[in-house]
Design a protein around this ligand. Structure first.
Ligand code: PEP
Length: 253
């Protein structure tokens, strides 16, 4: 079901002790906003420790930042979706632009990753978004349409209805430049329409669509006020518990 959700992507930040401390602070400060689902996506090494700290809290959940596209085998250094399930993850971020860019993840690889995540009863958070040149040449909708159709449109209606999609314009990630609320709404509505064209409006209305890209306490409220923006995927502002809590509060009814 479409949810109100804020996810914190810590990327490759925080050693174990720092990460557990940050999680402790987030749990204290954000746990009160119980009508928003809050996801923490720390590096792999923090997952079991943070899962223990969450202690079954209904609105705080654990996500991984990636998984491998094969179920198991000789893939040194990789982590599978079933391993993530075994340490308490409920969600996995798939296709973050940094992985598309630095790890060469193609649409075909991402489609397989989505399948592995779903096979393990986890929820994928599928990232899509255009770069600056694509936006400036007015190709942003074409790019996102292609990412969605190659990465997701092989799924059944049932799986699609449970999807979380994060629209993250690459030019806004970690740059301090945010999409305007109107730009975010335009793309979120486009994504929902695209899903509706493929699966019907009933499915499209159930998909949660997050905005990501320099979202912070200063701009979250106006972004989250847009009709098709169901929450945020937060990078930099998730590394400080007070900032992250303010972003969550901006979504809380
Ligand atoms: C992200 O990397 O998913 C992200 C949104 O980062 P930031 O908030 O730092 O732009």
């Amino acid at each position: 079901m479409r949810q109100q959700l804020v996810a914190g992507n810590w990327k490759m930040n925080k050693n174990l002790q720092e990460g557990l401390q940050l999680a402790r602070e987030v749990i204290q400060q954000a746990g009160q906003y119980n009508q928003v689902t809050v996801l923490l996506a720390p590096p792999y090494i923090h997952l079991p420790g943070i899962f223990e700290m969450l202690g079954g809290n209904a609105n705080l959940k654990l996500a991984a930042q990636n998984c491998h596209d094969e179920a198991h085998g000789a893939y040194t250094g990789e982590v599978s979706a079933s391993m993530l399930s075994s340490v308490g993850c409920s969600h996995v971020i798939i296709g973050h632009s940094e992985r598309r860019q630095y790890a060469g993840e193609t649409d075909a690889i991402l489609a397989r990753k989505v399948d592995r995540v779903l096979e393990n009863d986890l929820v994928p958070i599928f990232c899509c978004g255009e770069d600056l040149q694509q936006r400036e040449s007015d190709k942003h909708q074409e790019v996102v349409q292609s990412q969605l159709s190659k990465g997701l449109y092989h799924l059944s209606s049932e799986d699609m209805a449970g999807m979380i999609i994060a629209y993250e314009p690459v030019w806004a990630i970690g740059t301090g430049k945010t999409a305007s609320p109107e730009q975010a709404q335009e793309m979120h509505a486009f994504i929902r329409q695209s899903i509706s064209d493929r699966y019907g409006s009933n499915v499209a209305q159930q998909v949660t669509i997050l905005y990501g890209g320099s979202c912070n306490p200063g701009n979250a409220k106006e972004l989250f006020a847009m009709e098709d923006v169901d929450g945020g995927l937060i990078g930099g502002a998730s590394l400080k518990a007070s900032d992250f809590s303010e972003v969550i509060q901006a979504l809380h009814p």
